[in-house]
Design a protein around this ligand. Sequence first.
Ligand code: ACM
Length: 504
Amino acid sequence: MTATMAAGLTAVQAQEPEKKNSIIPEPVSVTSHEGEFLLTRASVVALSGEDLLSTASYFSGYMEEYLGYPLEIRVPNTKKKESVTGEICLVNSDNGETPGGYQLHVTSEGITVRGNDASGVFYGIQTLIQLLPTRAGVLPIVPAVVVEDYPRFPYRGMHLDVVRHYFPVNYIKRYIDYLAWHKLNYFHWHLTDDQGWRVEMKCRPELTAQGANREGEIEGLYPGVYTPLPYGGYYTQEEVKEIVRYAADRYITVVPEIDIPGHCMALLGVYPEFSTTPDEPKKAALTWGIYNKFNNVLAPKPEVFAFLTEVFSELCDLFPGPYIHVGGGDECAKKWWKESEQAQVFMQENGLKDEKALQSYFIHYVQKVLNDKGKILIGWDEIMEGGVSTDCVVMNWRRPGYGIQAAQAGHPVIMASSGYSYFNLKEARRQQEVAHRGYIPVEKVYTYPIVPEELTAEEARRVIGTQACMWTEYFPTPAKVEFGVFPRLAALSENAWSVPEAKS
Ligand code: ACM
C-alpha cells in the first residue's frame, strides 16, 4: 500500500470510525479471530495449479519489492495426487460462482485463499496485501481473519486519455497497478482524438509518423496559454502487447478506444481528403483544440470506410479483450455533414433521413467489422442518437438520464456520468490546481447511484458496471494525474465492488 492509498483509506474510513479493518473496497464480510500469522523468508506459496503462477509471482514480487521478502512458489504435482499444502495455499475452486469471488482464511497455522475462479484468487491476494504492513522493517504479521467476498459488478473500469498528454509505458504500468490494487478490472485506454493518434497501425504507418505529433501545447491552469512547443509520442505494437500482458497478469482487460466519426482531427490532419472540407486544409488540419465540439468529422466516402475496416480489424487483432470502444459520436458536429454536398448525396442514396442516421451508419459499419472479429462495440451514449443495435454497450458520460434510456432500450450499460466520474474535474469548489468547470468531491463519487432507481429489476441487470475517466488536457504529468485520481479512485473502487450492504 502506498501513501496515496493510505490517503484513500482515511477518506473513506472517516465515514465509519469504529470499523476495525481498513480493506478497500469493503468486502462482503470480515470476521476477526484471535491470533496472527507471521510470514517468513521460509514461507512457501503452494498453488492448486499452474493457472495461479502469475498471481503467485505477483505476490512474491510484491513481498520482495515492498517488504524485502521474496517467497518460494511450489506447484504440486497433481498427477501424483499431491495436495496443496504449505503455509500459504492458493486454490482455484473453479466452482462456477460469481467470478472474482474469494475466501481468505488466516490462522496462526497459515493462509489460504480460495477463489471462485483464478481472478478471485488474485483479489484475495489484494486483500491479503492490504492486511500487511506498508513498509519494510515492520514484521509481516497478518491478523487471523476470515474474509468472504465477491464483486457487485462485472465491469469496474478506469480510463486514461493519453492523447491530450502522452504517458510513457512505465507509467501506464504504474497506473494499471493502481487499478489492480483497487480490484478494478478494465483499463479504458483513450488512444486517439483531435490532438493525436497514439497507437501504431502497421496498415497505416503515417497515422503515428505524422498524426502522433502536434505543433503546440497548452500550458498552465485552465483555460491555459497556447505555446508553440512541439509535442508527441505513441505506443508501438510491441509496447501495446507488453501493456496488455502486464494488465492480464493483474486480471485487467484493456479496452482500446479509437474515436470516430468525430474527435478525429489527428486522423484528418494525416488524411485531409477524409474530411468534408478537403479543399480547405486549415479546417482539416491537425490543431490543438480544447473545445473540439466544432471540429470536422469523417466524410462518408468509400476510402474512409476502407480505412475503418483496415484499422479496426488490426485493432481487434492487437487487443485480445472482448470490447473495442469506438467513441461513436460524442460531440460529433453534424453541421459538417449538413453543409457537405457529398454527405447529403450519400444520405439520399442510402435512405438516411438525417445526420443522426448517418452517424448510426458509421457505427453500424464499424460494428460489423468488430463483430466479424468476435468483438463487442462500446460507444459513448450518443451512439443511441440514430438507433443502434442492443448488442452494443452504451457508456453513459452525459447526464444519468442517458444511461437510464440505454438500459430501458435494452443495451448493456456502463455508468460513467461526467458529474460523478470525471476525475479531471477538481475535487473542491475552491481548488485552484486543476482545470475545467465544476467539481466532484470524493463523497459524490462514493455515493454515485450506479443503478438508478428509475430502472425495473430487469433493466437494472443491464447495468454491467461503472468507470471513472481521466481526461488529460490539463494533466501533463503523472504527478498531476495522481492529484486528480486520488483519493477518488478508492471511492470508485468501493462503489463498483462492494455490495450495498457491505458499504459503510
Ligand atoms: C466525452 O467526454 N466526450 C466522452
